[in-house]
Design a protein around this ligand. Structure first.
Ligand code: PMV
Length: 352
């Protein structure tokens, strides 16, 4: 299956290639947690693509006898990024062999603060893959295959494959999702109900520090996890059910599945060996306040969590003002330096 992405088309001889792309982060509703092989998911997941939280990347490639690269973040050289990028290039060389005869300069920046606790791996790998596929298009003269872009992004960071194309993206084979694949993300937003088209995501920055346990280690701990089989099975069912909610505009059903998925993700962490907790006391305080507010006002705002302490508040655009008021009056105090980021659903990577 992977072989479909090996480039067979002859490439032209170009001394220099330049490409600039921006790609957003994404927030999973049904979570990917557990993997096997080279970044293959243990269960299918679905996410909203974000808009404002993104990485902007410019890549310059110069013909050379061998492959090398340099990475700059905000114009400052970042040798600490080298191991991750080196292993990414190594993985993708089989599929895009032309990269072996170029030297790359990768200039990148994020719109969100570097140490905000928002993972930049999804947006940065999506932006880099988009640049490389743009270059591949320049070399072959053929249009870019977005599935290959997503496939390459996945080899850099699993969830990055959901940041390429579409507002709502499924990654992982799922019987009720036509065209779904473990190899890349597919856009399933065609039937997205209008209420979700401009859904809001406000990220409350509870803890901006380094995570105590990385996602890589977390995924690993699902191997041999006592509840793994049941969890993977549940993810398939939740995906079927949440797609129905997203297509019919069933907010109540959406809230139930989204919040349950967030808590299940963290339950998996708390019941693995070794066990760990990434939520902070303020994460729970925010959840309690949010539940109280929803009960009292009926405003359909809910939360989800990534592998960290920050809280993503999801709600329809019509309730923007009310939620902003709630955040300012009750929730900002639980955030580091009262910081939060307001974002909205977006549609993927674009050329700059
Ligand atoms: O793509 P990774 O390896 O950083 O894993 C992401 C895992 C979660 O954010 C917790 C869930 C998800 O589906 O995005």
């Amino acid at each position: 299956m992977e072989n479909q992405f090996i480039l067979h088309t002859p490439v032209s001889d170009k001394e220099q290639l330049i490409a600039s792309w921006q790609a957003p982060s994404n927030i999973a509703l049904v979570k990917y947690w557990g993997k096997h092989g080279v970044q293959l998911p243990a269960n299918p997941s679905i996410s909203f693509t974000l808009n404002g939280c993104k990485t902007i990347t410019k890549v310059t490639a110069t013909k050379a006898n061998d492959h090398s690269f340099e990475v700059l973040l905000d114009q400052v050289s970042k040798p600490s990024f080298a191991p991750k990028i080196a292993s990414y290039f190594k993985r993708i060389a089989r599929y895009s062999p032309w990269i072996n005869s170029y030297q790359f300069t990768i200039e990148t920046s994020n719109t969100f603060p570097h140490s905000s606790g928002i993972a930049s791996s999804a947006s940065s790998m999506a932006a880099l893959s988009s640049c490389l596929m743009d270059m591949e298009g320049q070399l072959t003269g053929k249009p870019v295959d977005v599935h290959k872009t997503s496939f390459l992004a996945r080899l850099g960071s699993g969830s990055a494959c959901r940041s390429i194309d579409g507002k709502l993206v499924v990654w992982g084979e799922h019987k009720d999702t036509q065209g779904s694949s473990d190899l890349y993300g597919v856009d399933v937003s065609e039937k997205l109900h209008p209420i979700f088209q401009d859904f809001q995501d406000t990220i409350l920055l509870v803890d901006k520090g380094e995570k105590t346990v990385s996602s890589t280690v977390g995924h690993e701990l699902m191997n041999g996890h006592a509840f793994a089989k049941a969890r993977f099975h549940q993810a398939h069912n939740n995906l079927t059910a949440i797609k129905e909610c997203l297509y019919t505009g069933d907010l109540e059903g959406f809230i139930k599945i989204t919040e349950s998925e967030a808590l299940t993700l963290h339950s998996m962490m708390m019941t693995s060996h070794p066990y760990f907790i990434l939520m902070k006391p303020n994460t729970l305080s925010i959840i309690e306040e949010l539940w109280k507010y929803r009960k009292e006002t009926g405003v359909p705002v809910c939360f989800t969590l990534d592998a960290g302490a920050n809280v993503h508040m999801l709600y329809p655009a019509a309730h923007k003002e009310a939620v902003e008021h709630l955040i300012k009056s009750k929730l900002a105090v639980y955030c580091q330096n009262e910081q939060y980021i307001c974002d909205v659903i977006g549609s993927g990577a674009t050329t700059v």
